[in-house]
Structures are given as C-alpha cells and as structure tokens.
Design a protein around this ligand. Sequence first.
Ligand code: ADP
Ligand code: F6P
Length: 495
Amino acid sequence: MADSAGSSRPSSTFDFVIAANRLPVDRVVDEDGNVSWHRSPGGLVTAMESVMADRDGVWVGWSGEAGEAPEPFDEAGMRLHPVPLSEDEVQAYYEGFSNDTLWPVYHDVIVPAQFHRKWWNVYREVNERFARTLAEVAAEGATVWVHDYQLQLVPAFLRQLRPDVRIGWFDHIPFPPVELFAQIPWRAAILEGLLGADFLGFQRPGDAGNFLRACRHILGMTVKGDVIHVGKVTGGHDVRAACVPISVDFRSMDELARTPSVRARAREIRASLGDPSLLLLGIDRLDYTKGIRHRLKAYEELLKDGSLDGADTTFIQIATPSRERIDAYIDLREHVEGAVGRINGNYSAIGSPAMEYLHQAYGREELAALYLAADVMVVTPLRDGMNLVAKEYIACRHDNGGALLLSEFTGAAEELREAFLVNPHDIVGLKRAILDAAHASPQERSRRMKALRRRVRRNDVQHWAGAFLDALEAAPNKPVRPVRKPTRDHTHEEH
Ligand code: ADP
Ligand code: F6P
C-alpha cells in the first residue's frame, strides 16, 4: 500500500490495483436478512485469487448484488473495493450489453446477439464509474490491471483521469474475427476504449490477431507487428497486443488432490454411484458456449446403441448456476435438465445412475475429489477463451491417470495437444473420441497425462501473471501528452 500524503486521493491508495466486473466473493442475503459472502463463479476469479494471494493490492469490482455498495473491506489478505450497480444497471450493463450483446458476439454468435442503445449507454456509464473508482484508489504511478469484456472502456476513461498510471487489460474470453466484431454498432468506441491501455493480453495468438486486424480495418490504424500506433486517439502512445495464455495454480491443486481426505472422498464418490466401470465428468458454468447439449447427445447415443452400458457407466455433470435471468440460459437449463431426466429414465439402474446432474457450486476440495475420481474429463465448448477446468483436471491427476477429452475450440487446446481433441459439432467424432478416451490403455493415458502435467506445471498461473506484468512494464512507451476524452457515443458516426 502506498502513502499518498499531500495528494487529494484517499489515504489508502495502492501500487497494484485490479478491476474486474465481480469481486472474488458475492454478497448473499438469506431470507432472514443474514449476510454472507460466497466465492464468485468463473475462471477469472480462480486465477486472480491466486495471483492476489502473493501481492499487496486492491480488487475493485461489483459485489454481485444490486443496490448500494458495501464499504471497502478486507478478505483473504486482499482489500476489496465494491462498485455499486443499481437493478437497472445489472439488467442493462451486466445481463444486457455484457452477456447478451458482447458474450454471443465474442463466442461466434452461438446464439443471436441483442443490440440495444440503452444497454450500450449504461455499459459506458458503468465503465466510467469503474474508471473513477480506480483513479481514486491507484497510487501515483500504480499498475492497474483491468479484466475482461465487461470493462473494455475503462482503459481510455482511466488514462484520461490518471495519465500517470500503467494500464493493462486482459481478455479472458475470445476476441472475435473482425467480420463478427464489426456487427457491433459501437465497435469503434470499444476499440478506442481498449486502446487507452499500455498492454492488452489475449488468450490465443488468434485473438490478439483479430484485435490487431480490427484496429486496422475499423479504425484505420497503423499496426506494426503486435504494436498499434494510436497517436490520433490517445495523444501519442503505442499499444502492444499479444497472447499471454492464462493458467491454474498447479501446485496448490496438485497438493490438494494428494491430501488423504480428498483421495478418500474420490473413492467415496465412486462408491456412492455403485462403483461404475467408467466415470465421465463435466464441470462447467451452465452456459451455452460449453457444449453441454452436444456432449449429452453423444452420451445418450452411445447408451442407445449399446456402446456404453448405463448400469455400469455414470456421467457426472456439475453445472454451476450462471446468468439465470437471461433467456438463452433459461432455455439451456430446460434442455439440459430434460435430457438428463430422459437419459436417467431410459438407462439407469437402481443404485447405478447413468447421469448425476448437480446444479450447484462446490468447494475446491470437492472439485479436486471429483477430478481425481473421473476416468474421462469431458470438456466440449463450442468456443471458450481458455477453459481452466481442463487445466485443473490435469493439475489434480498426480496419479497420471484419467483422460482429458478437449474441444479444439478452447484456448486450452492450443497448448494441451496430448488431450483427446474433438470437434464437438461432429457428434460421430465426439462419440468416437469418448470411446477412445474411455478405452485407452493405462500406459497410453499415463503417457498423455505426464506430458500434459509437465506443460501445465511449467505454465502455471504465476507464470501467466508474471508474463502479463512484465509485458505491461515493458510496453512501448508511456503517453507524453494529455489525452483527448474518449469517444462518448459512436452511434451517430456509424449509422
Ligand atoms: P468460465 O470462466 O467460463 O466459467 P473456466 O473453465 O475457465 O470457465 O473456469 C471455471 C472455474 O470455475 C474453474 O476454476 C472451476 O473450478 C470453477 N467451477 C466450475 N464449476 C464450479 C462449481 N460447481 N463450483 C465451484 N467452482 C466451480
Ligand atoms: O471469463 C469469463 C467470465 O465471464 C468472467 O468474466 C466471469 O468472472 C466468469 O466468466 C463468470 O461469469 P459471471 O461473472 O457472469 O457469473
């Protein structure tokens, strides 16, 4: 923490500041009015929790509940600084523009994106609020690390308020090809918002490439290698956009999975399902990008054609509740729960369920036990920035057992080449890959898992954070002139 005596900023300012839509914990109030804090869902929180554990800094984000923000507080060795969102803002900024406009466009338009000017206006206002909060808590010359698609305008707003700070932004999800990105009516304003940063990190080289192409084609900017010259927008600074793939805390997952209690729990899980010969596992937020429908279709067909025996096989699908008021998520839940009921009705035996479906959040120990128990981890997203679940599975398999079935359309597939790679749209190929993974010999599984573990151990979350922060520190140059105000609204320029 830095001492800011003599400045107009609050007495507690920080040299290291992160901003994400969510805090790492959500505020939950029960029917009796009791308040508790629960771990927030998603890969961003998993990754940044471990990064912040080693650093003195502040995390700026939303508490997960509409209304006034709680006072800043300390949790798990971190200062948490809540940003308020009203109920209307939750609908327009979070559920609307972030998750019903940007999320579908950035994930290949698996469901149609909705474009509403009101959502955009609120998104911009909330981003400006985040930037103002960051400007208050950042010490002179601080490093500010902004996360994800919900906060793409923050870099330019913040640069305008605080030209002294170093600004990085990391994209946890894919960045779409320019042909899709160009559908967004406010595409230029989004790019300009991001270009307020010094360094922009992406999951895959292809994502960074898509962003660079968008700058060239939509803003007409000069791009040399991975550097964009943005003089005309932000007053003479260059921005670098490069790939820095995120990872998991390998050592802590590995250690956790070795504990006697987790190993015993893994055995208990199998026993409670009637000790099936084959245990398949899926762990995802209940999101249409994760390909849960595709994997259930393939599994159901394998049971139907007799390739798998429902009385001796169990598929555990953990589906974390997510974005439950958005139509596409409501439809997905109905579809998945219908499929689970049908599969169980047709193929289970008493004491040996063909499917175990759990729409709940779990602690790290339980997840580690599930990973350790599963013969095949089924990861089939239609598009995913990285997919940390795949890497967590690897980190937990200290026994070099288990097989990872992994969609080609995840960022993880770029690194994890020894997984059983699949195209989830190809149901025949998916069925074949499930059987290949299920029937692979122990030697084959061990060979693949050893190679996967070597890679994830080396490229763990600390490596990722170090690489990102080094790149931010080394980013081309700091702004030399005051910057012009970020574009307020591009609607009139583009229509
Ligand atoms: P996304 O960020 O899209 O949700 P990732 O696979 O990258 O997907 O990250 C998901 C993270 O959430 C992982 O760290 C995983 O362990 C965690 N997680 C997933 N399901 C649950 C659950 N039911 N309970 C607790 N944590 C979960
Ligand atoms: O990176 C994917 C992501 O959207 C994160 O930004 C977020 O923390 C996570 O998934 C969970 O989503 P949500 O915050 O909407 O529940």
